[in-house]
Design a protein around this ligand. Structure first.
Ligand SMILES: Nc1ncnc2c1ncn2[C@@H]1O[C@H](COP(=O)(O)OP(=O)(O)OP(=O)(O)O)[C@@H](O)[C@H]1O
Length: 595
């Protein structure tokens, strides 16, 4: 727990160490203050006013010092909390920035968001509100054990043996509801994810469920969280009760020892002296269990924070993709797959089964195949979202694992199907690809990506605001801007997942023409859905069930009567093909360009 906290603090760990030393000193000071009561009360009960006054002054001085020191400890605790929030967020941010893109599944993203927003807040409160009473409460009794030993060996021994016993019971109690607590935190993260999903998917939910009825998934998540919260009540109560009982049992043992001691002293005829000593020992015993009872009450808070820290540890344990010790530079702009095999998880089935592919520099390859055949996975492997489980992906003749992330990123631009545009204007979104691009370069990619026709009809042109996520534009317009963004980056390899959303004929034609225009200028790998795009490719690669079943140009494959020809026939009969720009692309495809 402390290790995870320290790893979050990074360079600020010295603040935490200083704070811990201050807490230990506070515990000692508190203990010494209580121990000073022993001579004070002994002299007072014996009627010795003058020495009692001396010890009273010492006691009051020590109590004032302890009070002042506590204020300093609390301030230091708050400083640690602030540092946890600042350094922790930066540390987590730096760490996840180096993780493979494939790590960002909805579940992991929800966990990350929960840990950063809620978890770190809970952890940040630990030093000031929990560690000071808990660590201080464990150190103070140690001093009292010495005083009890000085008064009576048996009571000292009982107190000494009680401390490790209490530590074990407290530790067991924090583990009691751990599973349930973990489930509760997982459900809380799930609810956050569902809440965001609920807000984002309002149009879908209303279309299929009617207004108000779309909250089912969210309601179920809240219900699960509620149930796990209820299950948490029992272990929580049990843990607090167990802790309190064991402390009271120690107090009872000390009382018994005191009675036994008094009985022996009375039998030995040392009544008055012994009565004073026993009274003082009883008071000390009470002050011995008092901080321990306080510690016992913090079990719940510690367990909650421990779960949050476990969440942090899990995120920090996710491994970034290994970087090569001696990176190699690509020789050209080709992409090669050699017998590539891939599965998403050790226990999952292979989604790519021995795929081999050569994409020559400057050529265009269209990937086609049924849904689930592995097209997106193949693209993800080229961009190294994940590492292959077998075989090799080479860019410019170099295995992508032998390049640094920056080297590979400089080679590849990507256009995703679900294009995300940031709030801002069209120009800002395009310039995201290369913030230093000149106006001329911007104008060039605007022309190349077919954004020109779009900006011409908008009164504010390139300065038009796109809305959150590009909501004020159509799917085709968003994708054209995304292509411009990818082009301005000026990476030699462009990976495009063409929008499947029914694009209007104009948009289809523009996108197909843009891609065709890039032939020879960029190495293009396109997951193509529009016939116009497919036919403009130099080579079509047909994937089936994770393997390449056919490849060639449109004319060859259409004539071969295989999988591709069947696709064509199916699309034709379902009127699924939307031939953009009349028959021009089909005519173009009559000329096979072998690569
Ligand atoms: N993140 C993931 N975790 C586990 N399995 C996945 C993941 N992504 C995809 N798959 C599985 O891998 C297989 C190939 O999926 P992939 O998305 O590559 O196919 P696709 O050909 O691109 O499909 P589509 O055209 O529908 O997008 C599918 O069976 C899919 O369920």
């Amino acid at each position: 727990m402390l290790n995870t906290l320290m790893s979050l603090l990074g360079r600020d760990v010295a603040i935490f160490r200083r704070y811990l030393i201050m807490v230990v000193l506070y515990g000692l000071l508190n203990g010494i203050t209580v121990v000073l009561l022993v001579p004070l009360l002994s002299h007072l009960l014996a009627g010795e006013v003058s020495p009692a006054t001396f010890w009273l002054a010492g006691f009051l001085g020590c109590a004032a010092l302890a009070w002042w020191w506590r204020v300093q400890v609390d301030k230091a605790g708050v400083r640690v909390g602030v540092s946890v929030l600042r350094s922790g967020r930066l540390r987590l941010g730096d760490h996840v920035a180096g993780l493979p893109v494939g790590w960002f599944t909805p579940a992991n993203t929800a966990r990350l968001s929960h840990v950063v927003s809620h978890g770190l807040m809970e952890v940040a409160q630990l030093p000031a509100h929990v560690f000071t009473p808990v660590f201080g409460g464990l150190v103070t009794p140690l001093v009292m054990v010495l005083a009890l030993f000085a008064l009576n060996g048996q009571m000292g021994l009982i107190a000494l043996l009680a401390l490790p016993l209490l530590a074990v019971v407290f530790w067991l109690a924090t583990r009691l509801g751990r599973q349930v607590d973990r489930r509760f935190h997982d459900h809380a993260a799930d609810t956050s994810q569902r809440l965001v999903e609920f807000a984002q998917a309002q149009s879908v939910l209303r279309a299929f469920n009617g207004e108000g009825a779309g909250a089912r998934f969210l309601a179920e998540a809240i219900d699960r969280q509620h149930r796990s919260a209820r299950q948490l009540i029992y272990p929580s109560i049990l843990a607090v009760t167990l802790n309190a009982w064991v402390v009271q049992a120690v107090f009872a043992a000390l009382l018994l020892a005191a009675v036994f001691w008094l009985n022996q002293a009375l039998m030995a005829g040392q009544s008055s002296q012994s009565l004073i000593a026993v009274t003082v020992a009883l008071l000390l015993s009470y002050r011995f269990v008092e901080p321990l009872l306080e510690v016992a009450g913090y079990g719940e808070a510690l367990r909650g924070a421990r779960n949050q820290l476990d969440g942090v540890r899990e995120i920090l344990a996710a491994q970034p993709l290994p970087q090569p010790p001696q990176p190699q530079s690509p020789a050209d702009h080709s992409v090669t797959l050699r017998d590539v095999r891939f599965r998403y998880g050790a226990s999952e089935t292979e989604v790519l089964r021995g795929v081999s592919l050569e994409v020559a520099p400057g050529s265009m390859v269209a990937l086609v195949g049924a849904s689930g055949s592995g097209k997106t996975t193949l693209m993800r492997l080229v961009a190294r979202f994940f590492d292959v489980t077998g075989g090799q992906v080479l860019v410019g003749g170099v295995d992508v694992r032998q390049m640094t992330s920056d080297q590979l990123a400089a080679q590849i631009s990507q256009v995703f199907q679900d294009t995300y545009l940031f709030q801002g204007c069209i120009a800002d979104n395009i310039r995201l690809g290369r913030p230093g691009a000149s106006d001329d370069e911007l104008a060039e990619v605007v022309r190349l990506a077919g954004v020109e026709t779009l900006v011409e009809r908008l009164p504010e042109g390139l300065e038009t605001l796109v809305g959150e996520g590009g909501a004020r534009l159509s799917g085709g317009e968003r994708q054209r801007i995304a292509i411009a963004r990818a082009l301005i980056k000026d990476a030699p390899i462009l990976l495009v997942d063409e929008a499947t959303a029914a694009l209007d004929t104009g948009n289809q034609a523009i996108i197909a023409e843009t891609l065709a225009r890039l032939r020879g200028k960029r190495t293009l790998i396109v997951i193509a859905h529009q016939l116009s795009t497919i036919t403009s490719a130099d080579r079509i690669v047909v994937l089936e069930d994770g393997a390449v079943c056919e490849q060639g140009c449109h004319r060859e494959l259409a004539a071969a009567g295989g999988r591709y020809a069947r696709f064509l026939a199916q699309r034709e009969s379902a009127k699924g093909w939307q031939v953009a720009g009349g028959q021009s692309h089909l005519r173009q495809a009559e000329h096979c360009v072998d690569t």
